[in-house]
Design a protein around this ligand. Sequence first.
Ligand code: AHG
Ligand code: MN
Ligand code: MN
Ligand code: MN
Length: 337
Amino acid sequence: MDTECMTVTRFVLEEKKRFFPGASGDLTILLNALLTAIKACASAVRKAGIAKLYGLAGSSNTTGDEQKKLDVLANELFINMLTSSYTVHVMASEENENYIEVETAKQGNYVVCFDPLDGSSNIDCLVTIGSIFGVWKKPLDSKEPISCILQSGEKLRCAGYAVYGSACMLVLATKNGVNGFTYDPSIGEFILTSPSITIPRMNEKRGQKIYSINEGYAKYWDKAVTEYVRSKKFPEGKEKPWANRYVGSMVADVHRTLCYGGVFMYPGTKEAKNGKIRLLYESIPMSYIVEMAGGQSSNGHCSVLKVQPKEIHQRSPIFLGYKEEIEKIEKLYEKYP
Ligand code: AHG
Ligand code: MN
Ligand code: MN
Ligand code: MN
């Protein structure tokens, strides 16, 4: 038993003392509320088969996804734990059409946008899924809740995701770095196991050549993506072809990219010009995490963190991973505007 184990709470309190000495401590309380929701989600995912939590809830969300029972349960957990933390002013969720304004008596100074359960098409076949969140401060000058919600990634205070895979891990990014905490059910705490995560460099031994995209949509790709993917599958000269890995849960595909390197892509297509991934609670948090780990994000033209969200559920093409590869993709979009 490690009697000095570094829990998320200890880690965030130490970061607060070092970087935000005058802070109220509310962010620590908010993160602990998120951890409670994540632990409960992890437990529900693990026992879904026994507790008859697989399958559809019989409803759809604003972006047209058929909601799974676990989507709905995860959503209620996130909303209830955040509301009762007295630290949140307003929140937005994939599963709610409109923003959720916390009742005045319980309002705090933070804004949280989240995907309570990501990759839910994979739930019933036991493939890795996750949760994604971004945390902003409520802007001092904003009156309207929607203007609190629609903030760019450049204003993020922190962002993270939980991976419900062979282990449960929280990956938390602040401007001071990215850290991974593995859940230890025996003490109910997330323990720092991957300090200062950095995406491998392509020329590093640990940097793998992996491209991650749903090849099933190749017929609908634009010229830039078609040419880029082709260059990975049929490289010139002596370079070996890249491996293709695609889980279909963004959290799983991005976590692998953070650990092993490579490029994750969900581009726009002829059928859906902005692709499928939602900007506010999927692309922005994931882009922040990858960029804080030394990688790069793009919508094909600029860092996703520079994109000003206009609607809660707007979609955005997303490319994440090796800096040099993202630059190649942006050059191809200049070549084929
Ligand atoms: P969600 O389950 O939160 O709706 O997100 C699903 C997303 C994302 O996790 C994944 O990258 C993408 O859907 C997979 O889409 P395709 O099945 O079209 O490849
Ligand atoms: Mn969904
Ligand atoms: Mn998702
Ligand atoms: Mn989801």
